[in-house]
Write a protein that binds this ligand. Structure first.
Ligand code: SF4
Length: 294
């Protein structure tokens, strides 16, 4: 039986890590981007400021960005562990993280426009549960900033205006269109989480799940690995640059998943994760031992 208080405590620490410590692979990619930019360009200055900010946040245990985003969590649990207990522990952890200013109070009642003040609300945090055979509980999360959420997009192929058919070439075209249309909004450079197929709901879920993959992760499907590498390269050749200032660093990564689809539908769904690509995770063993994941 899991102890709910210990669970809350562990989830709170995971949220603190997500909000204040950018994963090493994201920092590395930002730094590589800085090196690629022209000396004294606005692009280089933007990346230097971002990297300084990331450093300060870690040192001061403060949020990396003022918008601490929506906590989106995928929870794997063994048979017999109550999802209601897990949900309560997570909601309590988000509230405590908000009270301790690891998170901004980020939940607004859509009808009244009033902030709930506690960081949670209907659909916030967004939790996905899945039972598995392991005796462990594993949670992986992202903090999804509002600006980056605003530039998410869903295309329906074929798209004649873009010359995009129902194949990977069509997917490539719409991905580059999305990056170009965003023009750095949603705080580039960032990562594209993509789902090819699915329906309008499952496409967005899967596209967000792709954002859990570390940047160096290579897609096990060769044609998708090729697509990811090509869109990353071509996206960076669009010249949009950090925060839209122009430059060579618009994307840090491209991660593509696939779901099957109805014969009548071919959706390409894109969730964009800004430079503040905040990921964290934890694995809790049967005996309560904790392993941090990134
Ligand atoms: S999009 Fe990301 S970096 Fe930009 S304000 Fe939102 S959380 Fe911060």
């Amino acid at each position: 039986m899991v102890d709910p208080d210990r669970l809350t405590e562990t989830f709170l620490e995971m949220i603190r890590r997500a909000s204040t410590e950018l994963p090493a692979d994201v920092v590395e990619a930002l730094d590589k981007g800085r090196e690629a930019e022209r000396r004294d360009s606005l692009a280089e200055k933007a990346l230097v400021t971002i990297l300084d900010n990331v450093d300060l946040a870690r040192q001061k245990v403060a949020p990396i960005c003022q918008d601490t985003g929506t906590p989106v969590m995928w929870i794997h649990h063994p048979i017999g562990v109550s999802t209601r207990v897990l949900e309560k522990a997570m909601v309590d952890a988000v509230r405590q993280a908000t009270a301790r200013q690891f998170l901004r109070p980020n939940a607004v009642d859509t009808l009244t426009g009033k902030n709930t003040g506690v960081g949670t609300g209907r659909g916030i945090p967004f939790l996905h549960f899945e039972e598995w055979d392991s005796p462990d509980i594993e949670v992986r999360m992202i903090l999804k900033g509002g600006g980056s959420e605003n530039v998410g997009a869903q295309y329906k192929l074929p798209d004649n205006a873009l010359g995009a058919g129902r194949d990977l070439e069509g997917v490539r075209r719409v991905l580059l269109d999305a990056v170009f249309q965003a023009q750095g909004k949603g705080c580039s450079p960032g990562t594209l989480g993509v789902c090819i197929g699915g329906d309008r709901v499952s496409g967005y879920e899967e596209s967000k799940r792709q954002l859990l993959r570390p940047l160096p992760d290579v897609n096990p499907v060769p044609e998708l690995a090729e697509l990811e590498a090509r869109v990353l390269k071509e996206g960076n050749e669009l010249g949009v640059g950090p925060m839209g200032f122009g430059g060579r660093t618009t994307l840090l990564g491209v991660k593509v998943g696939v779901l099957d689809r109805l014969p009548a539908c071919y959706f390409v769904t894109i969730s964009y994760l800004c430079w503040a690509g905040r990921r964290a995770g934890v694995r809790i063993g049967e005996g309560g031992d904790v392993t941090w994941l990134s």
